[in-house]
Design a protein around this ligand. Sequence first.
Ligand SMILES: C[S@@+](CC[C@H](N)C(=O)[O-])C[C@H]1O[C@@H](n2cnc3c(N)ncnc32)[C@H](O)[C@@H]1O
Length: 423
Amino acid sequence: MLAHASAHSIRDKKLAVKNFLRNFTLGDSRRRTKIEFIEIPGRDGQKFPKYINEYWTSKQRQACSLHEIAYRACFKGQLPGFFITLLTEPGHTVYDPFAGRGTTPIQAALLNRHVIANDRNPISAILTRPRLRVPDIAIVQERLDKIPIDKKAKADLDLSMFYHRETEAELVSLRDYLREKKYAGREDHTDEWIRMVATNRLTGHSSGFFSVYTLPPNQAITQKKQIKINKAHNQTPLHRDVKSRILKKTKSLHRDLSDKMQSQLRDIAKQALFLTNDARSTPTIPDETVHLTVTSPPFLDVVRYADDNWLRCWFNDVDLTEVEKNLTVTKSLKEWRGIMGHTLKELYRVTKKRGWVAFEVGEIRNGKIKLEEYIIPLGIRAGFACEGVAINRQNFTKTSHIWGVKNNKKGTNSNRISLFFKE
Ligand SMILES: C[S@@+](CC[C@H](N)C(=O)[O-])C[C@H]1O[C@@H](n2cnc3c(N)ncnc32)[C@H](O)[C@@H]1O
């Protein structure tokens, strides 16, 4: 009787999700969901639905300012927000094995869910953890005022193509201060916040960053290439005051946060778990504890996260060669599928019964390789049922470009999510 009732509620739950994706409308938008069916080779003609609509990138649903930390290939807060709201309740646990800048854990915490974040790149936790313990602006200001600046401080590598010598001295002084606090075990949440904001302000293309004009902040380039940019733009680095820029960015991250939200985030932080494992093996996460995973794995085509992060690694005293060695970087579809297959097996282990996985892959090679379809048999082999693919499509806009949405060349964005359920 109980078994029957539970089979019934599973069916109801799946049906509710299916109907939601099918009948979705946003505000007064008249756009209807387009449904296509895909057949996966080797699955006896079984068909899986693809639901296509503009589910979460519309202007009506701006993400919280707290997300505004740049990171290569990040998704928007609305993406995990959509699945967290649809598939979990407050108090549930939400996980991301490839957390990046922490979009999933931050959004989960904003929605009062418990969080587990994992990423092989230690810069990920540096960028994410402090945003669950957001210090008041006045406290950040007070702390910044106390940090001593040695006007003669110089970096142990040549950064003159990025920074004016005064900026460099301020940056190195800040780095030394944070190092000292860290190694003495005295780094507190305010220091961690300052570290996170400074890491985000190291280089970028506007005067809000510490550096001279360069690539956007998620793509640090080499010293040699920066010298070329400086020549091409006929520019030399001007003094950019480090502390005032940290304070300004702090205010901007605070923009959408109420006191109540800050205290909710602090509560979530008490139980939050930050890991730096390979996504295929996360023994710290007990079996069947995760209600929902929302994730986006490393791209198939080479995105060298380690190269993007060299300056961030220097500032944070992280060993770049270790990062380089540990991150998944591959152009081979076979190898990528192997790694994703193992990751999905591990996700099956940690997912609760009746839990979900939303596995996002971008559009690559001009849509010729449909990774979302390759993921389906891997998830099924791991033990999940596949409930189909949700595709979010939105016309390209300038603002969506800024915060790391993957844009294809035709002027539309698309996120492609294979959706799995553990029965
Ligand atoms: C596409 S990004 C994720 C972006 C994230 N969704 C966000 O919004 O910021 C992929 C992430 O996977 C991480 N990564 C690469 N190989 C990994 C591995 N084998 N195990 C765990 N993390 C890995 C990279 O460091 C990178 O942060």
